[in-house]
Ligand binder design. Structure first.
Ligand SMILES: [Zn+2]
Ligand SMILES: [Zn+2]
Length: 219
């Protein structure tokens, strides 16, 4: 019995150490309340900005401020397939301009945004068919554990009612903020952090909430 206990104590210690390490990766443990800035780009609507602001305040219990509207940076513009803006360049731009007054910034645009999709994590080969994935339109992009993300309203309209359009917008915004907080994609189908997998219907079918596992990681 005593021998078993001797073994158990360091094992519990190791488990506890890793649990703490895991939690340490998430931004929410940093001191003070998290403050989020919304960066409106170009002509994105006031109603869209207000909805995202309220959603992030309620969903994460963060302080949210709206920054001064600016034009989309020319450095992110592309004509690879269509005239639009590269999401990764936008995230980099936003990250380079995070004001000292906030912890992270979410960019909002009504223009189409895109990324290159790869087959592998090392990004050595573009996903097949290459013509489609070299410059692929997306809803939003967030850097895991970074300080910036971007959301586009461009692909959210479809046949959606106004109510459904705003539901999509706030879900994607909270999803991208989740990435910034350190959350990766979650295999749980109904979880807000589930990968949209290139279709808006994944977002419509989501519960709009974080699953227990994801929730625990940031609380
Ligand atoms: Zn995602
Ligand atoms: Zn989850």
């Amino acid at each position: 019995m005593r021998k078993r206990l001797i073994w158990a104590i360091p094992l519990i210690g190791i488990a506890f150490f890793y649990a703490c390490q895991e939690k340490g990766k998430f931004k929410i443990w940093e001191s003070g309340p998290t403050k989020v800035g919304i960066q409106p780009f170009g002509k994105v609507g006031e109603d869209e900005i207000d909805s995202v602001k309220t959603a992030i305040e309620r969903f994460y219990d963060f302080e949210v401020v709206v920054l001064d509207r600016i034009d989309l940076p020319k450095m992110a513009y592309t004509e690879i397939r269509y005239p639009r803006y590269r999401a990764d360049s936008l995230v980099r731009y936003i990250s380079d301009h995070v004001p000292d007054s906030v912890d992270m910034v979410i960019g909002l645009t009504n223009k189409d945004i895109s990324v290159t999709k790869y087959q592998d994590a090392a990004k050595t080969k573009i996903k097949d068919p290459e013509w489609q994935y070299r410059d692929f339109g997306i809803f939003g992009l967030g850097r895991v554990g970074g300080d910036a993300c971007v959301v586009s309203t461009y692909r959210l309209h479809g046949n959606a009612s106004t109510k459904q359009y705003y539901k999509r917008l706030v879900r994607i915004s909270c999803h991208e903020v989740g990435h910034v907080l350190g959350l990766h994609h979650c295999p749980e189908k109904k979880c807000l952090m589930n990968d949209a997998n290139e279709t808006i219907s994944t977002i419509d079918k989501s519960s709009g909430e974080l699953c227990q596992k994801c929730w625990k990681k940031i609380h």
